[in-house]
Design a protein around this ligand. Sequence first.
Ligand SMILES: *Cc1c(COP(=O)(O)O)cnc(C)c1O
Length: 344
Amino acid sequence: MATATLTIDLAALVRNWQALDAKTDCETAAVIKADGYGLGAARVAQALAHAGVRKFFVAATEEGAEVRQALGPGPEINVFSGHMPGDTDMINDLQLTPMVNSIDQMLRHVESLPGRPFGVQLDTGMNRLGMEAAEWAAVREIAEGQNPTLIMSHLACADAPDHPMNVQQLQAFTEMTEGVTAPRSLAATGGILLGKDYHFDLTRPGVGLYGGFPFDDAEAVAHVTVPVIQCRDVDVGETVGYSNTWTAQRPSRVATIAAGYADGLPRIMGENIKVFHGDVACPVIGRISMDMIGVDVSHLDDDPLTLDILTPEQTVDMLAEAAGTIGYEILTSLGARYTRRYVA
Ligand SMILES: *Cc1c(COP(=O)(O)O)cnc(C)c1O
């Protein structure tokens, strides 16, 4: 077998949700967009629903359909992109709840599916999705007359606790929602960590569930183990990999492992990451190829059968740092080629 194994620890996922839930006095939902941040929306949703999560959020109606199939009727499945043209049948048949973000979307929803639930997304400064203050003021009465399930907005800088944008958006959200009777939601993972002022009635953590920054106390959820395809001796002066970027300075033992940038391990990480044999670190050498990485295993007693790349010692955030990106992008890039193993 020459495919890497992505092990997803559903028990750790559930503990991360519980730990975030324990930081608030309100309800805690779960964001499982982008196939559960790359880890498998159906399995993630089932594990969390089993642990008591009743509200889920996805990016698109199509994602919501998959989650509904996995969960069956009951849990609320909310859609951040709202009610797009062509979504009506799926929203209706699969009991999805669009978070409408404009007057157009709200009208589309109440005209095509009168009486069916929806939430309202407000823009409080991020300028990405949601009604702006003037737009909201114009339709607030009509919207409230339809009993929206949620009024929500999203923070742009919540992973930087001291950023003035946080207070600014909190103030805007508080003003725009003053006196509403519908439940309110502002915080994702970062917002939960900003404290109770940001929690309102419902929080919407995503990345923290999957073990990523800014939830520093999160447990690792994703583990990647890669088979060794071949080991060889390399003499002083010989090179390894594309473009000859690594030259042996001493007689070396080199392992070639079966994962590469096509598995979401960015080429740019190169020699900034390590791979692990148990807790022994082994340097990456040469370029990361599409399907393979070279590893210096000279210091191991025996040739390894497998090596680990995503471990509690080398987290998604450490890989992200080595690649100049964020943990979210590492997780959602892991790709389809892994053999996925779910453990609970
Ligand atoms: C992705 C997203 C979340 C979850 O954010 P995390 O930072 O992953 O916790 C919550 N709300 C909205 C609107 C989002 O787009």
